[in-house]
Design a protein around this ligand. Structure first.
Ligand code: BGC
Length: 798
């Protein structure tokens, strides 16, 4: 039910003022710098005095004096990046393909830093004019695939490898990980993001940041926040409740900030409740720094926001990629008294505290030779670990090497490693599914393969389908126009099915930055040719008593309900990075037993998505505003609460073995004091080794606040269990983990009543439950009032 909902608040004055924030940050200023805002003459005198100063950036203790020694012009330049290579005649950086650079002030010992994307790997240009040396980076599986591992250790290993490439290629800060919520499956950039659930997103991002930063380089969590679509991303106003923000859209960032201390946070392009995130002190100062204790620096997304002075005031410390106009506006604002110079000093201090940790500051001599072979193995392992077995009736998978295989579908050859845009990676190669299966020793039907090769080569030689440099520039991979699925002749299918024991159909999709996906054939829906391929291949193989498997090489959910009954197996391989084919072969062959679980719901039909009616906003032809009417009911929170059955639910994924769950126990007994430990035993009851994910959901009682039917509160993954082997997993939950956000109180509260802990193998497959009670309402954590919507809007309630 959609209810008009108006917040009744105790009137409370926002306690925050710039003065108090400066006091908090512990800065003190001398009289000269306090005067410096008032007159240009004073500035000039001060400038020459500063130039003779002996201040030099050596360590944290030197930062204040370095800031004092900076001229206003230097300050205004330092908080603004040096521009975007390839834009406005700007030449590339020495690390070609790095997208951002900071202004260095050699006389004060401040080096220039280099930033590069993220998140599936380091994105730099692989070749440099006049050099034979190459600079390829490893393309790891996309974030959604990593999240499907439900294994933060895998994300950390990938982060470690990525961070090593960042360091060895001479970059200081990786512009990743990205952890926006999968609010709607059509977001073109969902592949860069982890999940519809903030706990998964936060834990995976934290693991990734910890991995990256273990190398002594920085990670950037982005895009902060509520950046959940590409349509009009630079101007869209996201209208959303404080509760949905705190519980869903900010929660992952809160976890990542607290558990991994990222060097940087990137604000997003969109507005939240009327204000650009990069200009929103509520978001960047009150929530991020005061509520969560963040101590790194904040940068804008590239060309984000529209007011550099407001960005400075909000504590968006660094404007990227930066322009002289922005520096000038900041300088003029200080000179005219509309921007307090102390605000600049505060922001500069935030940045310098990170600068002193960078490889550039420490004069690290990068080798330009990361261990790409080792990282390829990390990518392959992670990719296989993230694959989700959606269907396997009568166990056609795994396929033994003796079985003859026929592969259908263009994507067996043109396998998709990852999405497009800034999240693309210039990898040395992508192993296709054909190559992967071949090298694993499978005998593939050669005549069918040849027909696919000829078809693809013919189309690719036509102008319309030629692979071209990316319109975004040489650093952004290639533009690969999608070619229509090869139509199949009946005799082709008949011949291939007679000569093989199993048919494998590969379905591929790609999407990327700058555009959302659409509910049309060939995108969210299968094309007619794909439907035809599935129908005809399945019926021919089934006639002969043979099986058919589908491999989905996709970056986000597609429609599956109309065709899934026709095939025997479905393996969701996601976009698995450069080792795609090898990783697919590992799972197809049973070398790796699939243990991935969906971090995002596959709906029966698009209209079953809670935000289907409000995405991507209004007016439909050119949205300026998107209202999050579904409120906290995103993904499985919606499905489970409102009884909307998905095609494949959040947390779902099969294995080649079976597991039994038992011994669910709450160790602190039935009454909640301030924390509890939940344990559950998992036993491998099948015939092959495998790993299982234990998902801890909680159903909280409705009180003053209503609660979703279930919410994921913890998860863990077993080690590889041999048949009959078992493992006891334990989970600690504290009051904050269990609390809901009360907008009237500006607090996380734990309401009294009976709570049910549900141990599941998915959000719907609950194996065992246990209950505990909370005797009285508890205020778990008070936070500052922030980010209230300025308009009334309908919010979904039970
Ligand atoms: C993207 C960011 C990226 C930046 C630099 C922007 O368009 O939104 O995610 O880090 O470009 O490439």
């Amino acid at each position: 039910m959609l209810k008009k909902w108006k917040k009744k608040k105790k009137s409370k004055l926002l306690a925050f003022t710039l003065t108090s924030s400066l006091l908090l940050s512990g800065l003190t200023f001398d009289i000269a710098s306090a005067q410096s805002q008032n007159s240009t003459t004073v500035h000039q005198a001060q400038t020459s005095a500063k130039q003779t100063s002996t201040s030099y950036l050596t360590d944290a203790a030197s930062i204040d004096s370095v800031i004092q020694a900076m001229t206003l012009e230097e300050k205004a330049k330092f908080v603004v990046g040096v521009g975007m290579p390839g834009f406005g005649g700007m030449p590339p950086f020495e690390v070609v393909g790095a997208v951002g650079g900071t202004f260095g002030i050699p006389r004060l010992g401040i080096p220039e830093l280099r930033f590069a994307d993220g998140p599936a790997g380091l994105r730099i240009r692989p070749t440099r004019p006049g050099q034979t040396q190459t600079y390829y980076a490893t393309a790891f599986p996309i974030a959604t695939s990593l999240a499907s591992t439900w294994d933060p250790a895998t994300a950390e290993a990938v982060g470690q490898a990525q961070g090593n490439e960042v360091k060895e290629y001479g970059v200081d800060l990786l512009l990743a990980p990205a952890l926006n919520i999968h609010r709607n499956p059509l977001n073109g950039r969902n592949f860069e993001y982890y999940s519809e659930d903030p706990l998964i997103a936060g834990k995976m991002a934290a693991a990734m940041v910890n991995g990256v930063q273990s190398n002594g380089v920085g990670a950037t969590i982005k895009h902060f926040a509520a950046n959940n679509q590409e349509t009009n991303r630079n101007s869209i106003d996201t209208v959303v409740s404080e509760r949905a923000l705190r519980e869903i859209y900010l929660k992952g960032f809160e976890i990542a900030v607290k558990e991994s201390h990222p060097w940087s946070v990137m604000s997003s392009y969109n507005k939240i409740n009327g204000t650009y995130t990069s200009q929103d002190a509520d978001l960047l100062t009150t929530v991020l720094r005061k509520d969560w204790g963040y101590t790194g620096f904040v940068m804008t997304d590239w060309f984000g926001g529209d007011n550099p002075v407001e960005q400075m005031k909000a504590q968006n410390d660094m404007i990227m990629p930066g322009s002289a106009t922005q520096s000038n506006l900041i300088k003029t604002a200080v000179e005219s008294g509309t921007l307090d110079e102390k605000v600049l000093d505060r922001n500069i201090k935030n940045i310098l505290q990170i600068v002193i940790q960078t490889p550039e500051f420490k004069k690290y001599q990068n080798t330009d030779k990361p261990d790409l072979a080792a990282h390829a193995q990390t990518a392959r392992k992670a990719a296989a670990e993230g694959m989700v077995l959606l269907k396997n009736d009568m166990m056609p998978l795994p396929i033994s090497k003796e079985q003859k295989v026929a592969l259908f579908g263009n994507t067996q050859i043109e396998t998709v490693k990852g999405g497009t845009g800034s999240g693309d990676v210039n990898a040395a190669y992508t192993t296709s599914i054909v190559e992967g299966l071949k090298s694993a020793g499978y005998q593939l039907n050669q005549s069918l393969l040849q027909e696919y090769k000829t078809y693809i080569d013919t189309l690719r030689s036509q102008d319309q389908y030629k692979i071209k440099p990316s319109p975004w520039g040489e650093d952004f991979g290639k533009l690969i126009p999608a070619i229509p699925e090869k139509p199949l002749e009946d005799n082709e299918i008949a011949a291939a099915s007679k000569e093989s024991e199993i048919g494998i159909i590969v379905i591929g999709r790609n999407s990327g930055e700058g555009a959302d996906r659409k509910v049309v054939k060939g995108d969210y829906l299968l094309s007619d040719a794909e439907q035809d391929m599935i129908s005809k291949v399945s019926s021919e193989y089934h006639k002969q008593g043979k099986k058919v498997a589908v491999i989905l090489n996709i970056g986000g959910p597609i429609e599956v309900a109309s065709w899934r009954d026709k095939v025997d197996s479905i393996l969701l391989a996601w976009q698995p990075g450069q080792e795609a084919g090898y990783a697919v072969a590992d799972v197809i062959s049973g070398k790796v037993n699939p243990s991935g679980k969906l971090p995002t719901t596959f709906p029966v039909k698009y209209s079953d998505v809670a935000s289907a009616n409000s995405f991507p906003g209004t007016p439909a032809e050119n949205p300026t505003q998107v209202i999050y009417n579904e409120d906290i009911y995103v993904g499985y929170r919606y499905n489970t609460t409102f009884g909307v059955k998905p095609a494949y639910e959040f947390g779902y994924g099969l294995s080649y073995t079976n597991f039994n769950f038992s011994h669910v126990n709450i160790s602190e007994g039935k009454k909640f004091k301030d924390k509890l430990k939940v344990s559950a035993m998992v036993e491998n009851t099948g015939k092959v080794p495998g790993r299982e994910v234990v998902q801890v959901y909680v159903s909280a009682p409705d009180g003053k606040l209503e609660k979703p039917a279930v919410e994921l509160k913890a998860f863990g993954k077993t080690k590889e269990l041999k048949p009959h082997q078992h493992e006891l997993l334990q989970f600690g939950l504290n009051a904050k983990d269990l609390a809901s956000f009360d907008e009237q109180e500006n607090a996380w509260v734990l309401e009294k009543g009976t709570y049910t802990v549900k141990i599941g193998a998915s959000s719907e497959d609950i194996k065992e439950t246990a209950t505990f009670t909370v005797d009285h309402d508890m205020v778990v954590e008070k936070v500052n009032e922030a980010l209230a919507p300025k308009v009334d809007f309908g919010r979904l309630t039970k």
